[in-house]
Design a protein around this ligand. Structure first.
Ligand code: KG4
Ligand code: ZN
Length: 345
């Protein structure tokens, strides 16, 4: 079964080919970071227009790389949401019209399910069940995952997502967009000097809150004006320390509460090396396993969408629900789509 995956929910166009027997055959990505950088964040209209420019050449590239033709495709999986509506519409209309012309089915993928399953693309993937930490620009969630579509939400952020906190703090420190990688780079030169709060560290539940941390950073930067290079690095160090300590503590609590011994980490913040260092040490101490996607699959990409689509397709086929009847011209996007809609009751 050969699945084409299409991701266009935000500022990355990602296309991939996943074969249910042979695995990931090819993937290609175009990041719009350079284009949005001068505006300090994603400009939705520019994002949509750029997706239009990229989607066909990237598809041609992955087909050529995998030595496949359009007629070899069995289904097309695409991100239906959540994300920027204009950006989603590009991938959606491309995928739906191509599928219509080929008379093959489409699979509507939830972007977060793509992130959630991304670690399973690696060699020796973890077996179900496991705890998943999903930390992206829009989400910070802990989930119990028993199988495809069998998700139980264990904890969520009450305000800002972890990636959002990185991005906003980076802005306060005068760093560019996207803030997470820039802040992590600056933190390498920093030293323990300041003390920031660890929000909800001992709350007794698995929820997060990161907006207060950003306010504490604002107070700190106001107290040390004009900010010199060393102070900026020391603040970055402490901010990263605070966020990664909270994330690690809650992951370990989730493993303890569920009685599971396997953790997976996904989403853009999952690329953070301090977080990986802390999680590796903590899980080792408790004789648990931790798995991550390769760095390029932590942030948005087409491979995770092709893979999630393939898993859903297989599950539907097994349950006999799948239809190849493609007579429907209509399609829609879901800019707001709660993962809870996919969760088990
Ligand atoms: O998963 P993603 O690519 O997009 C969303 O679906 O949101 O995540 C992007 C987020 C951004 O907030 C970015 O600053 C953050 O992930 N990020 C990082 C790192 N790399 C990306 N945060 C901390 N450290 C990193 N190395
Ligand atoms: Zn994402």
């Amino acid at each position: 079964m050969l699945i084409l995956g299409v991701e266009s929910s935000c500022d990355e166009t990602g296309i991939a080919l996943y074969d249910t027997e042979a695995g990931l055959l090819a993937h290609a990505l175009h990041s719009q970071i350079d284009m949005h950088a001068e505006y300090g964040g994603v400009v939705p209209e520019l994002a949509s227009r750029d997706h239009i420019r990229r989607v066909l050449p990237l598809t041609e590239r992955v087909l050529a790389e995998a030595n496949k033709a359009l007629r070899d495709l069995d289904a097309i999986a695409y991100t239906q949401g959540p994300g920027l509506s204009g950006a989603l519409l590009v991938g959606t209309s491309f995928a739906e019209s191509l599928a219509f012309s080929l008379q093959i089915p489409t699979i509507h993928v939830h972007h977060l399910e793509g992130h959630l399953l991304a670690p399973l693309l690696e060699d020796n993937p973890p077996a179900f069940p496991f705890v998943a930490l999903l930390v992206s620009g829009g989400h910070s969630q802990l989930m119990r995952v028993d199988g495809i579509g069998e998700y139980e939400l264990l904890g969520d952020t009450l305000d800002d997502a972890a990636g959002e906190a990185f991005d906003k703090t980076a802005k306060l420190l005068g760093l560019g967009y996207p803030g997470g990688p820039a802040l992590a780079k600056l933190a390498i030169q920093g030293k323990p000097r300041f003390k920031l709060p660890r929000p909800l560290l001992n709350s007794g539940d698995l929820n997060f809150s990161f907006s207060g941390l950003k306010t504490s950073v604002l107070t700190l930067t106001n107290q040390h004006q004009p900010l010199d290079e060393i102070t900026r690095a020391d603040i970055a160090w402490e901010f990263q320390e605070a966020v990664t300590e909270v994330l690690t503590t809650k992951c370990m609590a989730a493993l303890r509460d569920t009685g599971l011994d396997s953790l997976i980490v996904s989403g853009g913040v999952g690329a953070n090396s301090k977080l990986r260092e802390k999680l590796n040490a903590a899980t080792k101490r408790k004789l648990c396993n931790v798995s991550y996607p390769r760095l390029e699959f932590c942030t948005d990409n087409g491979a995770m969408i092709a893979f999630a689509g393939a898993m859903r397709f297989k599950a539907l086929q097994l349950s006999g629900q799948h239809t190849t009847d493609k007579k429907n011209y209509s399609f829609s996007v879901k800019p707001r789509w709660d993962l809870a809609e996919l969760l088990s009751p």
